[in-house]
Design a protein. Structure first.
Length: 126
């Protein structure tokens, strides 16, 4: 912003859509409140539109068009396909996923604990 509080140095770029997002938001906020700068931006937009129409639109020759297309195709990076992950089957996974095994595991652990307690109790008596 200039010392006058107007973003005069950004108005031309705003009219050409050439500002960064934060600068654009700053100018837009200012334009909502400042009639003077809004008129200036309107004039810049009118001039920019005239410039766009003032230059004749020409088609490149077929030779130049071919050269341009070749240059573009050389400059474009080719997208490589991402490597596919290797699927490695897990050993014993089918057993662990079995509903019966999931049901019997807590019971087997309980039996093991009971056997250990009984063995310790019998060992104490001897």
């Amino acid at each position: 912003m200039s010392s006058s509080g107007h973003p005069e140095d950004l108005l031309e770029a705003f009219a050409l859509n050439a500002l960064e997002l934060d600068e654009e938001e700053l100018v837009q906020g200012h334009l909502d409140a400042c009639n003077r700068c809004s008129v200036v931006v309107s004039e810049y937009l009118r001039v920019a539109a005239v410039f766009g129409e003032a230059v004749p639109q020409l088609e490149p020759s077929s030779g130049l068009r071919g050269q341009l297309m070749q240059a573009v195709s050389r400059a474009e990076p080719k997208a490589e396909q991402a490597p596919q992950p290797q699927v490695v089957p897990s050993v014993g996974r089918g057993l662990a996923d079995s509903r019966l095994v999931r049901m019997l595991m807590p019971m087997a652990a309980s039996v093991a604990v009971i056997l250990v307690v009984l063995a310790l109790a019998m060992n104490v008596r001897i």
